[in-house]
Design a protein around this ligand. Structure first.
Ligand code: SIN
Ligand code: NI
Length: 256
């Protein structure tokens, strides 16, 4: 008897329609609970070993861990994550960067409303998409994500501070009155959000750290603008060139 390869992860047309309408979607069990538990341990040891670019009551943030930690690279390059991202975005993607985001127990602040894309030195990227993967159960009380649906078309907005409660609504006052959707996740669940979907994360009131891993993809055709960014500053890239090279592999290379 011949063995058949396991079916590639597939997003239903209904889920894709929700993502394209709302700018975010909840995908349950992108990895198993057992995998989540193993990646939680790997994420904690990776941040302890590699250090963090931000470490405060909002979160401890370690960026591009896949470059330095072979255990976490397996999650960043997980075929389910890459397959779902490309199916939802509907275009060829490449990795921008990953990040472990740990909201500490008890002492945590919210991550205030913002869009992600205004922070990035990118142009020609209209389908940026982030996979936010829960490595522990994340009820509302532990720092889950909240989204403003149907606002990903707001591509004119500038970057705003993650720490400023009113910051985002100062630049988009009309969105203050939009309905919000809060999405608690079980370990192994994921949300995908568009880089222009406004989102925040609630504080962590629990006595357990919130451990999330975020894998960020952008259009394969993304152009590097030359603006400052922690990921690209050391690379000596040419402004105006396609964001390319071993730091930014194609999502399709994770699904083969
Ligand atoms: C968070 O998890 O605290 C924020 C994540 C994000 O802004 O994408
Ligand atoms: Ni964000």
């Amino acid at each position: 008897m011949t063995q058949t390869a396991p079916a590639a992860f597939s997003v239903s047309p209904a889920l894709k329609a929700v993502y394209q309408r709302d700018g975010f979607v909840h995908v349950p069990s992108i990895i198993s609970r057992e995998e989540a538990s193993e990646f939680r341990a790997a994420a904690l040891s990776a941040t302890a070993r590699l250090g963090a670019i931000s470490d405060n009551a909002m979160f401890r943030q370690s960026v591009n861990v896949w470059r330095e930690d072979s255990a976490m690279a397996k999650l960043t390059q997980h075929p389910n994550v890459a397959a779902a991202a490309e199916q939802l975005a509907g275009v060829a993607l490449r990795l921008w960067h990953d990040q472990i985001l740990i909201k500490p127990a008890l002492s945590s602040k919210p991550t205030e409303f913002h869009q992600d894309q205004p922070y990035w030195p990118h142009s020609a990227s209209t389908h940026p998409i982030s996979a936010w993967i829960a490595l522990v159960d994340v009820p509302v009380e532990r720092g889950c994500m909240t989204f403003i649906p149907e606002a990903q078309g707001r591509t004119e907005l500038p970057p705003t501070s993650l720490a400023a409660q009113q910051g985002f609504f100062d630049v988009a006052p009309d969105l203050m009155w939009s309905a919000r959707v809060t999405v608690p996740l079980r370990a192994g669940d994921c949300t995908f959000h568009h880089g222009r979907c406004p989102h925040m994360a609630t504080p962590n009131f629990t006595d357990e750290a919130r451990v999330a891993h975020v894998v960020i993809f952008v259009d394969a055709a993304t152009i590097y603008t030359g603006s400052k960014h922690v990921v690209t500053d050391p690379l000596g890239l040419e402004a105006g060139a396609v964001l390319d090279g071993e730091m930014f592999p194609r999502a399709s290379s994770f699904t083969r």
